[in-house]
Design a protein around this ligand. Sequence first.
Ligand SMILES: Nc1ncnc2c1ncn2[C@@H]1O[C@H](COP(=O)(O)OP(=O)(O)O)[C@@H](O)[C@H]1O
Ligand SMILES: [Mg+2]
Length: 330
Amino acid sequence: MRVALLYNARPVEAISNVPDDAFEEYDSLETVESIAGALRQLGVEVMAVEADGELPWRLREGGFDFAFNIAEGVGRRCREAIPVAVCELLGIPFTGSDALTLAITLDKFVARRVVSPDVPVARGLLVEREADESELRSLAFPVIVKPNDEGSSKGIRQNPVAHSAAAAIERCRWLRERYSCPVLVEEFLSGMEITVGVVGNYPNARVLGMMEIAPADSDEKEFVYSVEIKRDWQRRVRYHVPPRVEAKKIAELENLALKAYSLLGCRDVARIDFRLDSEGQPRFLECNPLPGLNPLSGDIVILSRERLPYEKLVQGILLDAAYRVGVSMI
Ligand SMILES: Nc1ncnc2c1ncn2[C@@H]1O[C@H](COP(=O)(O)OP(=O)(O)O)[C@@H](O)[C@H]1O
Ligand SMILES: [Mg+2]
């Protein structure tokens, strides 16, 4: 069994003329090597394959039986869909969600529309160009202003929270200039942040675990899991597994995560981000069908590590995918 590990590597050196978080979603070679190592323990042959413009040729000539996908792709809101679309074109089965799900989930506004009202979301609006002041005023402040089709907190830097329409307009402009993308303005959810790991497939999709993401400094107001905080997670974040909420809330979150997973058509694995509103009601922020798998800092790795060693998590994704498509791994 020859497995292509599809990835996009984060450049080691800073690149001029682009924001310093431009490649935040891409993976380090350490992550790629860790995944390859875990998969090799299954007795399969693994080759890392960069998902750039040469991907179709690399895949066609590589003689692969399966692809393990962590590639974030290149381009705008369809970028994550492209590497797996190429696999589909070439008839190579792959782990994780297909092109439609990867495209929907990268466009946060579309994902919100797919999951709600079954899974509640914060009130929000999409700003394609200039923000309209009267539309913005229909939201309750403060609001958070984030790129609509980015991940890994890209564009969510210091001060993403706006307390007035004027500040939100300014923030939308700043984001559009830097990231040239539509902007999502959402009412700020002041409650606890919880991320839920889901694995498997219908009818056996299951919650792997969930964790609360809290500021290390408990006095911190308007905590946001921003690029700066994620990069400095060991100092600035405290993860609580399970979240410090009552059992009823955990059950509710499990339910909502499975519902979102199913409505978005996720396969094999995903991590779904929620936040509680001021009344303690969970609201969906976004779904990550390509959750970061760094062995130390990947959120899904952290939330599951008490129950599942890293190698088993990674191997499980391939085994679930193989079972789904009816391919034997031995
Ligand atoms: N409506 C919101 N209210 C409060 N915090 C939010 C909201 N939306 C996003 N955030 C904060 O910003 C972080 C990143 O937003 P998210 O929508 O998960 O995008 P990303 O794809 O960049 O992870 C979240 O983990 C959370 O801390
Ligand atoms: Mg997120």
